[in-house]
Design a protein around this ligand. Structure first.
Ligand SMILES: Nc1nc2c(ncn2[C@@H]2O[C@H](COP(=O)(O)OP(=O)(O)OP(=O)(O)O)[C@@H](O)[C@H]2O)c(=O)[nH]1
Ligand SMILES: [Mg+2]
Length: 590
């Protein structure tokens, strides 16, 4: 039998911006507004029935002028830590809809961007809860709806709120999110609604629920037609050891019914696990938890959408984010294949060129892969869990060919193994990993090019200083003024007619031996094969004698030459051409 299940709504956002508090307030309002059945606590989630939402929203929902068929909303809180960053199901986000919480006084923070990136990738509709408005200094809490409350604030406060709100609208538009205050939105398919609110005073919470419910109903009705009596489909939230129960798995069920005794298949990294539901648990009513009887209540069956704790044998190797299905005995093999295929669609194992990536869960790995693909970064291997010797070896195999790909990107994973030729970039914010990777690549490229340029004879211009002839011949020693570029030991030198006459044997200044001398320095150099008064004289200008091959290479590395060096290299080319008209002409001019 087809029926509409509750849309799954995740609450996302930066640490401490008030995700849990907003959910608490929604739950709190639910309990205040009606007694029995106001909310159902599920494992890792709370379900607010439509009737309760209607009571909380009062006349607000009527304004929307819509008929509601969704039974309610199932909320999942995502804790600040990263394991929950991306709750996935095949082909999408486990969440049908989301609340993005932003602290009005703090604005956009790293995890806000992270959340937006994930919502964008999966095209998940969302609203922005602009939280903590009560902390705007001078804010007066009113017991009316949020719009009247805003209108009743002083003009200054109204202005402050508007400034903060539109600053945020501006920032969001930079990352291609078109947003607007909820009452000023004219097309919910094009604009993200922002609802100013306070989880502390409750202001704006009914409006937040109204917009969310309206959005859920309008856009989700079709995709929520699930088969309540069919086999259960779910996503693993967490694997947990519970006192008295042993290993258990917390699962969000988004389709079908799961019963005690059902056969379940859970996809694994190498192979799937098939087991039986030994027991199903929901959170115990508050009173029982207080009596310390148990935190959990055993139930016979659960229906989508809900969160449930499953106790079963052989679940030690279950990984969070993995898909779960219940099935008939005869369908085990088929289900196994389907689930394993789903996982293999995410994991990557190739011999091609590309980087290695690791993540702590299937969901975060998928999100990371998607972002890298958008950035055209080739992936050789993508897998879950700690970095292994094999990962290192795979990354290192790129080193010879392209050291920029000798990299492991790790999301929410400790980087313990190290190897000289393999760069490991780890972070618990996905887009930070990508930023760090880009930065590392840029720096590394510069470094590589810089070391490249040092292999070539670079442009340099010196003048033999009058009165500083220390030795005339037999390895002449003269004082020189470095007019441009860097004079280096080993550098071949030519005169201003373009004739290569000598090279720099050594450089000395104040009795110190130097490897090089920069423009502006005056140093003594020893130069063989020349005699002062014959091949060279006081006041002569000498240049580095750049071989034609080097001239070409320097053209490609132009970015690493100073303006002064570029001027000199042009002079050098002119001089070389006096002797050989085609010198370097096949290289377009500098
Ligand atoms: N004044 C005020 N304080 C708030 C509001 N919302 C949350 N807080 C406070 O902000 C702090 C963080 O709130 P949480 O709800 O725990 O934030 P969170 O986003 O769930 O944090 P993590 O789960 O750690 O990421 C707590 O001290 C809350 O009491 C609000 O609207 N007004
Ligand atoms: Mg929290």
């Amino acid at each position: 039998m087809k029926s509409t299940r509750s849309p799954i709504c995740t609450v996302m956002g930066h640490v401490d911006h008030g995700k849990s508090s907003i959910l608490d307030k929604i739950r709190g309002s639910a309990i205040v507004k009606s007694e029995a059945g106001a909310i159902t606590q599920a494992i890792g989630a709370s379900i607010i029935p439509l009737n309760t939402i209607k009571k909380i929203c009062g006349d607000l929902l009527k304004q929307l002028n819509m008929g509601f068929t969704i039974p309610g909303l199932l909320f999942i809180d995502t804790p600040g830590h990263a394991a929950f960053t991306n709750l996935r199901k095949r082909g999408g986000n486990l969440a049908d809809i989301a609340i993005l919480v932003i602290d009005v006084n703090e604005g956009i923070k790293p995890q806000t961007i992270e959340s937006i990136e994930i919502l964008k990738q999966y095209k998940t509709p969302f609203v922005v809860a602009l939280n903590k408005i009560d902390l705007i200094s001078g804010w007066q809490t009113k017991k009316t709806n949020i719009l009247s409350s805003i209108n009743e604030q002083s003009k200054t406060i109204q202005q402050i709120l508007d400034t903060k709100l539109y600053e945020l609208v501006g920032k969001l538009s930079e990352i291609k999110i078109n947003s607007e205050r909820f009452d000023r939105v004219d097309d919910y398919t094009k604009q993200i609604a922002m609802i100013p609110c306070s989880a502390k005073t409750g202001e704006g919470i009914p409006e937040l629920l109204m917009v969310l419910t309206g959005l859920a109903q309008r856009f989700l009705e079709k995709c929520l037609e699930c088969n309540v009596d069919g086999s259960a489909k779910g996503t693993i939230l967490e694997v947990k050891e519970e006192k008295g129960l042993g290993k258990t798995i917390d699962v969000i069920i988004y389709d079908g019914t799961l019963k005690k005794g059902d056969t379940i298949v859970i996809a694994g990294l190498e192979k799937s696990i098939t087991t039986k539901v030994k027991a199903l648990f929901e959170p115990a009513p508050l009173a029982e938890i207080r009596d310390k009887k148990s935190n959990f209540k055993s139930v016979k069956e659960v229906r989508a959408a809900t969160g449930v704790k499953i106790s079963a044998l052989d679940i030690d190797d279950v990984v969070s984010g993995m898909p779960l299905r219940s099935c008939q005995k005869k369908d085990i093999e088929k289900t196994k294949q389907e689930l394993q295929q789903e996982v293999e669609e995410v994991l990557i194992e190739t011999d091609g060129e590309g980087i290695v990536i690791k993540a702590d869960s299937l969901g975060s790995l998928e999100a990371l892969i998607k972002l890298l693909k958008e950035n055209n970064v080739p992936i050789r291997r993508a897998s879950i869990g700690n970095i292994t010797k094999k990962d290192i070896a795979e990354a290192e195999s790129n080193y010879e060919k392209d050291s920029l790909k000798s990299v492991i990107l790790a999301f929410n994973i400790k980087a313990e193994l190290v190897k000289e030729n393999v760069k490991i970039i780890s972070n618990d914010i996905i887009y930070k990993i990508i930023e760090d990777y880009d930065k590392w690549k840029k720096d590394k490229l510069l470094e590589m090019q810089e070391s490249q340029i040092d292999k070539h004879v670079k442009p340099c211009k010196i003048k033999i200083m009058p009165g500083y002839i220390f030795r005339q011949s037999n390895q002449a020693i003269v004082g020189v003024d470095v007019l441009a570029g860097i004079l280096k030991v080993g550098m071949p030198l030519m005169n201003s007619q373009g004739k290569e006459i000598t090279e720099v044997k050594s450089i000395q200044a104040d009795k110190d031996k130097l490897e090089k001398a920069e423009s502006g320095k005056q140093v003594a150099v020893s130069i063989p094969k020349v005699t002062v008064g014959r091949q060279i004289n006081e006041n002569d200008i000498l240049y580095s004698s750049i071989p034609e091959e080097d001239f070409k290479k320097l053209k490609d590395l132009k970015a690493f030459l100073t303006k002064e060096e570029i001027e000199v290299i042009k002079e050098i080319a002119e001089i070389k051409r006096k002797d050989n008209v085609v010198w370097g002409v096949w290289i377009s001019s500098f």
